[in-house]
Design a protein around this ligand. Structure first.
Ligand SMILES: Nc1ncnc2c1ncn2[C@@H]1O[C@H](COP(=O)(O)OP(=O)(O)O)[C@@H](O)[C@H]1O
Ligand SMILES: [Mg+2]
Length: 115
């Protein structure tokens, strides 16, 4: 679709981090992406235990990853901060016992402009 590689990279980082979170911390999930003229919207929804304190979860270095995750090199607590950094807008919804929905927006820069 002729997107700027830098935009694709940011979307890929956010997709990867959110997939890993569903696998490690969430439940069954779906990932979808919606594209229009102005923006890409990436949405990841899972039916896991949810996030009790979203503000805390967003802090760099905070992680509830277990020893198995850490042994494999995960659990640095940088996924959500990276998703915030690499998206133009992030919204997380996690009502008690109703899973987690993460929605990120990426604006498509005009040709020749950086993002
Ligand atoms: N989909 C999810 N379901 C439940 N908890 C989550 C989910 N995504 C993130 N979390 C919580 O937020 C914390 C921080 O996530 P993140 O910044 O990606 O770090 P990490 O994955 O390395 O633990 C996780 O340790 C977990 O407690
Ligand atoms: Mg993570």
């Amino acid at each position: 679709m002729d997107f700027d590689p830098r935009l694709i990279r940011r979307v890929a980082i956010c997709g990867y981090e959110s997939e890993m979170n569903v696998v490690m911390h969430g439940g069954d999930g779906t990932l979808s992406i919606e594209v229009d003229e102005q923006k890409l919207v990436l949405e990841i929804i899972d039916d896991g235990p949810g996030i009790e304190d979203i503000e805390l979860a967003m802090q760099a270095g905070y992680s509830t990853a277990n020893d198995d995750h850490r042994e494999m090199g995960f659990g640095a607590g940088m996924g959500l901060p990276n998703m915030k950094k690499n998206s133009d807008h992030i919204q997380i919804e996690s009502p008690k016992n109703q899973g987690t929905a993460v929605r990120m927006v990426f604006f498509i820069p005009e040709k020749g402009k950086t993002n």
